[in-house]
Design a binder for this molecule. Structure first.
Ligand SMILES: NC(=O)C1=CN([C@@H]2O[C@H](COP(=O)(O)OP(=O)(O)OC[C@H]3O[C@@H](n4cnc5c(N)ncnc54)[C@H](O)[C@@H]3O)[C@@H](O)[C@H]2O)C=CC1
Ligand SMILES: [Mg+2]
Length: 328
């Protein structure tokens, strides 16, 4: 076998996505994430931290039986991926079933994704977001937008098709450009009125139809703060589940240090300001969110958000160049 574990897992998933029969078979040995009206099921571990609940097929069937649902309901699940051990993972919406009965049977609780996402950590956050995104997409794409006829899913849920028009629909993400603008010694962060008090983030905006990432970045910065950026440098990307599936494409950019006067689009932003290296390092060390009742202090998005990665990278870069110039 010349295939690495990664390659063979990928090929296995490819087959499950395309082959209904193989996917139905895989449901027999699956790991299931449950969502109640899109809120994922979490369980408290012995050490008091929360983790994503993951039920085996037999456990799920047992739970369904207890709450009076046919075990074939398992077939309504959508394929998410597989574990390192090639165990397939699925998500299932159980919103039609009794919530507290399910919570009791599963010894867990359904938590709104906005909370759940930050209660669990690392790869589980990405998985729980993906599970919700796929469920939401299927829930909102039940009809063909050309004919109004119902669309039909394949077994894995990798697409839906309208047999009347022949149109195939695939799950979608909306591309978003996010950029950390630097003037060489300070970086530009902004806040929307709906952000939690005190939180500032990098500038961002949805890409328009037909636009490149570079064009979207230039346009968003011009629209939101009235500046012209240069020296775009790609940093990374992530799927972001709020408010719906965004595909974040993150870059660094600079402005001429003589042209840093911001002119804010107040319809979009409440504030945009230049922050010093010292302010940024302090914010990066602060735990997110202010204690209740205290006046808002400046803080930045938590580590899982790609905005945090951009800010962290900028701070590291600043630190290096300060060392080079003999500054502390
Ligand atoms: N993960 C992270 O670090 C961060 C993620 N984000 C995400 O980036 C996305 C874009 O954020 P904004 O700066 O507010 O975007 P934005 O600056 O483009 O403004 C949002 C407005 O754009 C319009 N719009 C155009 N296309 C849209 C589409 N496909 N979906 C929804 N609205 C669309 C709507 O009028 C909406 O009110 C959001 O999903 C947000 O949660 C934003 C900052 C940090
Ligand atoms: Mg924006």
């Amino acid at each position: 076998r010349s295939c690495s574990g990664y390659v063979s897992r990928t090929r296995y998933l490819m087959r499950l996505r395309e082959d209904d029969e193989a996917c139905r078979e895989a449901l027999r040995s699956g790991n299931f994430l449950l969502y109640h009206k899109l809120a994922p099921l979490l369980q408290k571990t012995n050490s008091g931290v929360y983790k994503l609940a993951c039920l085996k097929t037999s456990d799920l069937e047992h739970v369904l039986e207890k709450v009076g649902k046919d075990k074939h309901f398992v077939n309504e699940s959508f394929l998410l991926g597989c574990t390192d051990k090639s165990e397939p993972q699925f998500s299932l919406e159980v919103g039609d079933l009794d919530r507290s009965a399910l919570e009791q049977e599963c010894r867990g609780m359904f938590v709104d994704l906005r909370k759940a996402f930050f209660m669990i950590t690392g790869p589980e956050s990405a998985l729980v977001a993906k599970g919700q995104a796929l469920l939401r997409w299927h829930q909102t794409n039940g009809f063909c937008s050309a004919t109004g006829q119902p669309t039909v899913r394949n077994q894995s849920g990798s697409f839906r098709v309208c047999h009347s028009s022949g149109v195939t629909y695939y799950p979608k993400m909306a591309p978003v450009a996010i950029v950390l603008v630097s003037d060489g010694s300070r970086c530009l962060l902004a806040r929307q009125a709906m952000f939690p008090p005190g939180m500032y983030s990098a500038l961002s905006g949805f890409c328009d139809m037909g636009e490149s990432l570079e064009e979207a970045l230039h346009r968003e910065v011009a629209e939101e703060v009235g500046l012209e950026v240069e020296n775009l440098q790609y940093s990374g990307s992530q799927h972001w589940p709020f408010p719906q599936s965004s595909f974040m494409l993150a870059c660094h950019a600079t402005v001429n240090p003589d042209k840093t006067q911001v002119n804010i689009d107040t319809a979009e932003l409440e504030d945009a300001r230049w922050f010093s290296f010292e302010e940024i390092t302090e914010a990066l060390q602060k735990p997110p969110r202010n204690p209740k009742g205290e006046p808002p202090v400046f803080w930045v998005p938590p580590p899982y958000a790609i905005a945090n990665q951009l800010i962290q990278e900028w701070a590291n870069q600043q630190q290096l160049s300060r060392k080079r110039h003999g500054l502390k």
